[in-house]
Design a protein. Structure first.
Length: 179
């Protein structure tokens, strides 16, 4: 029996439907919740407000993971290699600050590891990594229809054409980390 050492990671790499689907298949991940972080307006934001790009929030996921099974560093490597961390405020056709590549750290150790992973992976990319590293202020859980989106909508066009390639990349690069 593996003793649980539950920790949180909060990351954003474009549409939260994509990053949620990737991490639901990772061994050691207990829970993935889609939401919003990093905004600059008061109150609980809505999806519609986030999509305007005016609130400053990013679409993110909050991962509850067992650090005795998977490390925070491994979470970040999977994150950085299953989206494009070199495009500013964009992932594919999704454009705007709400789709930025971002790591919201929960403590100084997570900040150090985020900086380390970005520095280690930087030379492998043709363009400069633009992933933002910021302290987590508040995480707002997204509306229920955004939770488990891929699992509930696998045949939808967006899932087939945008999420499936990310899952294929996950399986190719990180097969040893899958459930």
């Amino acid at each position: 029996m593996i003793v649980k050492n539950l920790q949180l990671a909060t990351i954003g790499g474009g549409c939260f439907w994509c990053t949620e689907a990737v991490f639901q298949d990772v061994r050691g991940v207990e829970k993935v919740v889609s939401g919003y972080s990093g905004g600059n307006v008061p109150g609980y934001p809505t999806y519609r407000e986030i999509c305007s790009g005016l609130t400053g929030h990013a679409e993110v996921i909050q991962i509850t993971f067992n650090a005795n099974v998977i490390s925070y560093e491994d979470i970040l490597v999977i994150f950085m290699t299953t989206h494009d961390p070199t495009t500013l405020n964009q992932q594919g056709a999704d454009r705007g600050t709400q789709y930025r590549s971002v790591i919201f750290y929960h403590d100084d150790k997570q900040k150090e590891l985020a900086e380390l992973v970005i520095n280690e992976l930087g030379p492998y990319y043709k363009n400069t990594i633009v992933t933002e590293i910021s302290a987590l202020d508040t995480f707002y859980e997204a509306e229920q229809e955004h939770q488990d989106f891929y699992r509930n909508n696998e045949t939808m066009g967006y899932c087939t054409f945008v999420i499936e390639p990310k899952l294929a990349k996950l399986r190719k690069l990180h097969a040893d980390k899958l459930k």
